[in-house]
Design a protein around this ligand. Sequence first.
Ligand SMILES: [Zn+2]
Length: 392
Amino acid sequence: MTRPTRADLNTLRHHNRQVIVDIMRRYGSLSRAELARLTRLSKVTVSEVVDDLVAEGYLRAVGLGTAEMGRKPMLMAFKESAGFVLGIEVAPRIVRLIVTDLMGDVVATFEESGVAAAGDDLIRALCALISKARTHLPQSRYGLMAVGIAISGWVDFAQGVVVAAPNMTWAPLALQERLASCVHVPIIVDNEANAALAYEHGHGILRDVDHAVYLSVGYGLGSGMLMNGAVYRGHKGMAGEMGHMVLDPAGPLCTCGNHGCWEMYSSEKALQRMMSGCTPALTVNEGDLTHWAIQQARQGAPCARQALRAVGRSLGQGIINIANLLNPQTLVVGNGMVEAWEFLEPEMMAVLSQAGLSATTQDLIVTPSPHYQDAAVRGAAALACDAVIARI
Ligand SMILES: [Zn+2]
């Protein structure tokens, strides 16, 4: 038998720390004996790791537990305020930022509209926003530990590069590298639908689900896929661009350059096009479109009702294709158009029941995201948090 190398021992030590941190974050407070039982690690190993994590400020004693007889055990808990992370969502027209602790609890939120949409100006604007958020971090041992960024665009996840953001007319941008000039902590960049999916899986309605799709129906149409309990990103991190599946090559021109993409029928952009001839005429900015359409539809305006219902039907048709391709257990609809759920859902479900294959759609749960407006920014923070935890 060969002796374990120093690298082997370091790997084992890191693994044991990760197991203990994971259990502590899930269970709240535990004694060392309970930790040993749950992790199946020896009491000696648990005690060593716990002592290290206490010294490093990641665990803290929270009081005495109960005991049938003898000494009451000291209960330990994960110290969620050991440091903080930022989650940032860069969407068309708006940048959202949240500060969370290491358990994902939000401690501050910021929003900036009219942020420069590309290049050097965007980098400067993001650096200024991050710097402002830093002044709102609560006092802690480690301060800012990571930044997660969710983008409505095509992201090379491994490289942290935004390859393109058609709805924001971006040229390729090495966001991770460029932001490193003002942020000296790990930076994670992901597509906004993937980030929202990560949030729902880690903290939201997909916690106990292994096969799901998150459809982000906003100005564009993005998606994230959960397969076997993990976000599926594909070869270069760009999987899930379902909004650009071509449904009709003779259809309207999409920002990606093709014609008749699904996004052109199932998004705020589609709503805008369908309502361009409506009376009363469209008088609002893009960002307020869904809200305005809902108001009109609730007042009985036929044009707004027809447009919203058409979006609902198109969503239903696309969901059938997704169900046939991936057979998810749950499909979550998120982002701004969820506000119009009362008009979208009946049409969507009617199409599903009329045209869906029973094998793939019969048991499919289609549900709106309870955090439809901020799942992406929460997801960005969750990705940052995951990066911090993985390094403990
Ligand atoms: Zn397209």
